[in-house]
Design a protein around this ligand. Sequence first.
Ligand code: HEC
Ligand code: HEC
Length: 165
Amino acid sequence: MRARPIAILAAVSACEAAPAPPACTSGVMQPGTSENLDMTPGQACNACHAYTNASSGDGGDAPIYAFAGTVFTGKHEPDDCVGGPLDDAPAEVEVVDAIGVRYRVPVSAVGNFMFESDAVVYPVTAKILYQGRVRWMIEPQLSGDCNTCHSAAGTDGASGRIRLP
Ligand code: HEC
Ligand code: HEC
């Protein structure tokens, strides 16, 4: 009879030691680096573009965006998971800069969005628009590399991914 409570304890600690990995809601992982607007959903776009430009020797061609990132359904989806709406309804990202100018861009087939311009003044706020609903980021941010903070786990105070409203 003594073995029984010990077996239960072992089962409980086994559960705690193995948390479920973050789920990819779309079920479609897209690893690899085809270099276009649908590349590496979830990864920090500008951080890698700046890094590859600096390390390429001849300056490099990867664009540095005024803002760029990825929109997901879930809060903790892994890098390279295809995000964006799971239906065909369009989603958009609107960034409002420090002098009140609004920039609105579409979300791509994998959930990515990007905007290239030297005119954007930081800090910026942002909102996601989808099916008539809106999700705001009220707190102004000094960086437009959205996925640096909105990583799978969340970095620099962000609680996780940028999600569809
Ligand atoms: C792991 C590194 C890496 C990450 C992360 C990354 N990129 Fe790239 N990207 C590149 C490289 C390298 C190129 C090619 C640059 C060149 O043509 O010299 C490129 C090119 C591109 C291009 C084509 C630009 C052009 O003018 O031809 C687009 C669009 C693009 N990336 C969008 C994104 C977006 C959006 C994200 C974030 C969701 C992202 N990238 C994340 C490395 C990366
Ligand atoms: C320096 C870090 C940082 C950067 C960069 C950043 N954010 Fe945020 N974001 C936050 C924090 C902190 C919050 C508030 C906590 C939370 O809800 O995760 C937040 C919240 C949000 C929310 C609301 C989340 C919710 O669930 O209600 C959205 C939407 C959002 N951000 C979009 C963006 C977009 C779009 C960009 C790029 C233009 C961006 N963020 C760049 C830190 C950042």
